[in-house]
Design a protein around this ligand. Structure first.
Ligand code: PMP
Length: 343
């Protein structure tokens, strides 16, 4: 007998469940297109060479301890992460208007940001695109926000439903939060053009809609870290406020290390100080403080110009391979006749 005897069997997560089914399938020609994890030509996971080097350096450094990090994580990692997404010369950083806290990868950053907004922001509705990453509505709902949708993908053109997007954001209540995929929209791969981003920015600022960027793939869309960050930087350049969730899972291949950051760009330095104090109150009862290894690897790479350059080369190689694999899949499906429908 169990006190839990009445408990119902929960369904598998729709995305991670594909991996469960994949592992069970005895077929020798199976391919797992479920979870978004990079694979080599041999179908194997990849640890970047620059990551292996950084880990060696960390292991060989006798001055390193396993002490707790502060609630906000590794300070150097936070600074470098903000620079990576907002640009080294970002005025918002120079004016000390950016607060960054290390979080448990992209998911944890979204969750901490969501709970902060639920506690301290006047508007609790967050608009998410249709479709979007399946975890988005669950994360924000559990954080205490109300998730609503805006039109994003148009199946007829297999492109952006720009008019639908503009209509839906135009009719959102003043001050609503809007979740934006910074680049490489998941699951469609459809991103606005720079021109469309500029129109979205103007519309959002005119209605005081608060941008919450999700950057899970910086570098994967174009192969360039700076190019993929351009839409975000347009929003920072206008002096307005925003939230930013960053993940190193894909672009540094650190999936299981759970390394990411939440940044909040604030209107002034003194607001940023108070925002940080409140973020600590969100994090402390949730997991107390974040892990040490992942951000140490990232900081080792980002602070050293040679290692940083090596990273950009390895990142570009991953991005190029992804782009060429998609093209080959597209061509192969097309050559077998019928219309191609990639989801
Ligand atoms: N946002 C998007 C759009 C994603 O696709 C993912 C990963 N699939 C994440 C956030 C978060 O991933 P992680 O928590 O592993 O960084």
């Amino acid at each position: 007998a169990s006190v839990f005897a009445g408990i119902a069997q929960a369904p598998e997560d729709p995305i991670l469940g594909v991996t469960v089914a994949f592992n069970k399938d005895p077929s020798p020609v199976k391919v797992n297109l479920g979870v978004g994890a990079y694979r080599t030509e041999e179908g194997k996971p990849l640890v970047l060479n620059v990551v292996r080097c950084a880990e060696q350096m960390l292991i060989n450094d006798p001055s390193r301890y396993k002490e707790y990090l502060p609630i906000t994580g590794l300070a150097e990692f936070n600074k470098l992460s903000a620079k990576l997404i907002f640009g080294a010369d970002s005025p918002a950083i120079q004016e000390n208007r950016v607060v960054t806290v290390q979080c448990l990868s992209g998911t944890g950053s979204l969750r901490v940001g969501g709970e902060f907004l639920a506690k301290h922001y006047h508007e609790h509705t967050i608009y998410i695109p249709t479709p979007t990453w399946g975890n988005h509505p669950k994360i924000f709902t559990l954080a205490g926000l109300t998730a609503r949708t805006y039109r994003y993908y148009d199946p007829a053109t297999r492109g952006l439903d720009f008019n639908g997007l503009v209509e839906d954001l135009s009719s959102a209540p003043l001050g609503s939060i809007v979740l934006l995929h910074a680049c490489a929209h998941n699951p469609t791969g459809v991103d606005p053009t720079v021109d469309q981003w500029e129109k979205i920015r103007q519309l959002m600022r005119s209605k005081s809609l608060l941008p919450f960027f999700d950057s899970a793939y910086q570098g994967f869309a174009s192969g360039s870290l700076d190019k993929d960050a351009q839409p975000v930087r347009m929003f920072v350049a206008d002096g307005g406020e925003l939230l930013m969730a960053q993940s190193y899972a894909k672009n540094m291949g650190l999936y299981g290390e759970r390394v990411g950051a939440l940044s909040i760009v604030c209107g002034s330095a003194d607001v940023a100080v108070r925002v940080e104090s409140q973020l600590k109150l969100v994090i402390r009862p949730m997991y107390s403080s974040p892990p040490l290894h992942g951000p140490s690897v990232v900081a080792t790479i980002l602070r050293d110009s040679e290692m940083f350059n090596e990273w950009t080369v390895e990142l570009k190689a991953m991005a190029d391979r992804i782009i060429s694999m998609r093209q080959q899949l597209f061509d192969a499906l097309k050559s077998r006749g019928g219309s191609v429908w990639l989801v």
